[in-house]
Design a protein around this ligand. Sequence first.
Ligand SMILES: Cc1cc2nc3c(=O)[nH]c(=O)nc-3n(C[C@H](O)[C@H](O)[C@H](O)COP(=O)(O)OP(=O)(O)OC[C@H]3O[C@@H](n4cnc5c(N)ncnc54)[C@H](O)[C@@H]3O)c2cc1C
Length: 306
Amino acid sequence: MRIEEDVIIIGAGSAGLTSALYLARTKFKFAIFEKEMVGGKLNIITQIDNYPGFPSIDGFSLILNMKKQVEALGVKISKELIKGINKNEEGFEIVCENNTYLTKSLIIATGSTTKKLGIINEDKFVGKGISYCAVCDGFFYKNKEVVVFANERKGYLEATYLSNLVSKLYLVSDKNDDDYEGNLTNLKKMNNVEFLSPFKIKEFIGVDGLEAVKIQNLENNDEKILEVSGCFPFTGDIPSNYIFNQLGLDQNRGFIKANFNMETNVPGVFVAGDIVDKPLRQIVTACGDGATAATSAIKYLNKLKK
Ligand SMILES: Cc1cc2nc3c(=O)[nH]c(=O)nc-3n(C[C@H](O)[C@H](O)[C@H](O)COP(=O)(O)OP(=O)(O)OC[C@H]3O[C@@H](n4cnc5c(N)ncnc54)[C@H](O)[C@@H]3O)c2cc1C
């Protein structure tokens, strides 16, 4: 079945849902597709203290509010796995498992995912001792010993969350100097946190699940084995850009470049949220991008009609 839309939004995180909110108040026909869970990363955030209007709220409640708000305007969020996008003379063809959608314009709001370390046994022990989300899996390590590998803000935040649950936390880092907003200093003050730097993780050891983590000192190559039940590696995010490769979008390390109107170098393609090449990836900036991208898409469609 081929279905025609004016705009297709890919991704129903905070960025995509905000674009939907703005488009739902116009005459344009649009669809919003989500491959996993509506809300994206909000699903894993236990406490948000920096979203205006909500002094403190958990991610799930914020999603419910956002979802209710768009659904009240008649928006239906469709579960679709997008397999590819082709550009043609009329616009874009979005190829999903069962349907092909034709659209005049596109808002990419696909966010990002966590980067893996790519070392021995990592894939084997995911879910059996290795996790990339403290908030999702931290509870399983309550009163146990864990390693957190962190060298950036997100990792320090996750380590802070875990330090309140576990009996002992080894904070392993390959650098010493990136103390974002004092998170590292605060962690060093916790009496159950031992800081090991500069070290890298060399190997995950175990039979059916993780039993220990081998780390190596980057200055003298000395190795240590830490016997732990869990390991949480945090080394940054990977942009979810794999389906857009054929579009020829300008990128920086896989994050899509846009001007302040959220327009990309390809006419008709707009971006919003964590997938954008930008300095601050937060809910409030994702929502701001979503609103701007929708407004730009509306202007683009109005021009096409003339
Ligand atoms: C642990 C953690 C704590 C955080 N804490 C805060 C905080 O306190 N305050 C704050 O402001 N920000 C915080 N952030 C950052 C914030 O969560 C993100 O900046 C924001 O949620 C990004 O929204 P987004 O819509 O761009 O992306 P996402 O939330 O990643 O949503 C993208 C959506 O697109 C979907 N998608 C991807 N590819 C496809 C595809 N091919 N087809 C269909 N759908 C697709 C994904 O499944 C996902 O649902 C935190 C992030 C993390 C990881």
